[in-house]
Design a protein around this ligand. Structure first.
Ligand SMILES: [Zn+2]
Length: 169
């Protein structure tokens, strides 16, 4: 199985805001390519499942109301079945083909919650729609990317401070 943590981030981050406009990389050719990268077929039904899962998981990370119940509906009838290998048990996803990738994305989300509690979060720039897994030792990462959102938000805070100073009598 390819690294499903990458799959999770690819799905969570597939609706970036570009030049102030929301975009969707889980549709058309871009969606097909993303699905294929993680072993999917890129069929319209599969992409629809992934978009639905994306919405549920983004909402779950943001702790929106109803996110978890919607997620449990979105999971459908997928199950994990054990395969015995010389290295121990390997868990395989058993779900209708179009649902498999979305199901794996949810499993990856769950694994990150267990292994890195509190480290999966939305970018602190509220105009950004990207997510990050914070692997820094102090666990204080806030931005999807320091180069993009980090610098932008720092510049904004700085400008705000200067404005506040200028306003003072
Ligand atoms: Zn960001």
């Amino acid at each position: 199985m390819v690294n499903d943590e990458d799959l999770l981030l690819a799905v969570l981050n597939s609706a970036p805001v570009v030049a102030g406009r929301p975009t969707d990389e889980l549709s058309g050719a871009a969606g097909k390519e993303l699905a294929a990268r993680y072993g999917g077929t890129g069929s319209p039904a599969e992409l629809a499942q992934l978009r639905r899962m994306r919405e549920c998981l983004q909402d779950a990370v943001r702790e929106s109301k109803d996110a978890l119940s919607r997620l449990s509906t979105a999971l459908g009838d997928g199950v994990l079945v054990p395969r015995v290998t010389p290295q121990g048990l390997r868990w395989e996803v058993r779900a209708p083909e179009d649902e498999r990738l979305a199901f794996r994305t949810a499993i990856a989300w769950s694994r990150v919650l267990h292994e890195l509690p509190g480290r999966l979060r939305a970018c602190a720039n509220n105009e950004c729609n990207l997510f990050l897994i914070d692997r820094s030792r102090p666990g204080t990462a806030k931005w999807c990317s320091m180069a993009v959102c980090g610098n932008r938000m720092k510049a904004r805070t700085h400008a705000g401070r200067q404005r506040a100073a200028a306003d003072r009598p």
